[in-house]
Design a protein around this ligand. Sequence first.
Ligand code: FE
Ligand code: FE
Ligand code: ZN
Length: 277
Amino acid sequence: MLYIGNHVSSSKGYLAMGREITGINGNVFAFFTRNPRGGKAKDIDEEDVRRFLAYKTEHRIGTLVAHAPYTLNPCAAKPELREFAYNIMADDLRRMEYTPGNLYNFHPGSHVQQGVEVAIGLIGELLNNVLNKDQTTTVLLETMSGKGTEVGRSFEELQAIIQQVDLDSHIGVCLDTCHVYSAGYDIVNDLEGVLKEFDRVIGIDRLRAVHLNDSMTPLGSHKDRHEKIGNGSIGMEAFVRIINHPQLKHLPFILETPNDNAGYAHEIAVLRDAYHE
Ligand code: FE
Ligand code: FE
Ligand code: ZN
């Protein structure tokens, strides 16, 4: 079974998200836990969650891949910005426990002028503060393209963060195909080699979700410009290999392509057609 879907709006609650994704033949979805810029989250409606969880079982919806606001900078130089990131993540993780056993993805952040090593230390510290041993949510570090001073541009940087985390059984990685290709990992001509490298540096068991995006820019460009599946520098053939790879084919695939719902429905249909059970 191919688990595929896209980002849906969380503004109408959980059941509405479930209905939206099944409406375009998706069976997983991503959502921002709050306004992507980091505003206040809506209160959890427990009745909505209860109805959603029943709907999720009934419609065989797979793992949820929540996304932290992208403006958080967990490795900011200013302590008040790091505290803001901590407060949002702590609140998000508390809320995630209403839907147990799912995934919460975040961008490691930008080191600006501090250098990558200092930043890696700050991200590790934040994770040690925010994780708790009883949580059922796995927190995912996203692979980044390395634009500007982004941290997480290499498997080594991600592993350096993970190594510092005490409760590392609650940590995983989300591989963004646009980002890794932009970062210089050739998933078009050497998918096997890239996954071997991932396994050698991080361990393939950490890989828990894939953001499925084509790229407007070439290999190693360190840009972050998502393109529709098949229309960019990665191309359809590579995506067919990615969704069918034995080490990937069971994972939740989240489209973050520039599309409206009709566009997502089309990408989902095309990829389902290309998937081998
Ligand atoms: Fe992201
Ligand atoms: Fe992404
Ligand atoms: Zn991106």
